[in-house]
Design a protein around this ligand. Sequence first.
Ligand code: SAM
Ligand code: SF4
Length: 330
Amino acid sequence: MLVDPFGREVSYIRISVTDRCDFRCVYCMAENMTFLPKRDLLTLEELLRLADAFITLGVRKIRLTGGEPLVRRNVMWLVGELGRRLGQGKLEELTITTNGSQLTRFAVDLAAAGVRRINVSLDTLVRERFEAITRWGKFDKVMAGIEAAKAAGLAIKINMVALKGVNEDEFDRMIAWCGAEGFDLTLIETMPLGEVEGDRVDQYLPLSEVRARLEQRWTLTEIPYRTGGPARYVRIEETGGRLGFITPLTHNFCESCNRVRITCTGTMFMCLGQEDRIELREVLRASESDTPLIRAIREGVARKPKGHDFVIDRRHNRPALGRHMSVTGG
Ligand code: SAM
Ligand code: SF4
């Protein structure tokens, strides 16, 4: 088992399979991004070996993310292999976070591999806004992808980043739509990760404020539901749907953190909001034995910090970290 110095058991990993993406969401990336050279990436076989090492150490849940995980060439091979670990009882859950652009192609295969739930990022139901926020995204393609995922039997959670002055008039509509479609919804605060063109102080909308507004229209009941992630959930009595809040800035969500993140180059970040890391790629390549790899993973978990220290205010109007969310994996 992997237990950090604060007694938190690490049973969950997020693997960013690529830093590339077919969108350029304004809060996530600059339009003109430089991506990692392909030669720095772990192969899919190496990513699987890494995942297996974590499974040996007691990890039971894996989420694939990115960048856009479904644009990595042949990624369904990795999904299929991890799916076999589900079938063998070595893993309890395999999930993916996606922008939805490739779901018409892959929804059926994801379900067949044993994926039961997916997170789809969708910040707006208004086409023009969608195209402004994602810059390169195609609204109809994403909506068709979400429909395909639903038809394939995947449970869907919509992730919506709350953006001041951009989509804050749409929470009610999104709640109603998710309720009607049978989707869960999670609202996320913007986090100060990586340089983007916009001003994050302008985008930042505290969810405490959003929640107070929602409570005037909807009946929100606290529920103990947890997915292993950082969201706190309520039930919306009017729709029967679940609504989660991810509030890294207004509420420190670190105390129950049970995860580490692996990038597509094999860097393990013990915290989304800190620089400390362990490089696993060379350790993995240096030996066919997993012993050094397992030792390095343990060493990393032993350095897992208590929490992040994000701040967004006028005095700190710079990214808390240089790296973008698409590198560490959201
Ligand atoms: N491309 C996939 C997607 O968009 O779902 C997976 C990776 S994306 C980095 C994962 C999640 O991070 C998305 O829901 C996205 O909205 C969120 N995200 C990206 N940058 C963020 C930021 N600076 N603050 C808060 N959430 C962010
Ligand atoms: Fe791509 Fe996801 Fe970042 Fe948008 S949030 S640019 S879809 S990685």
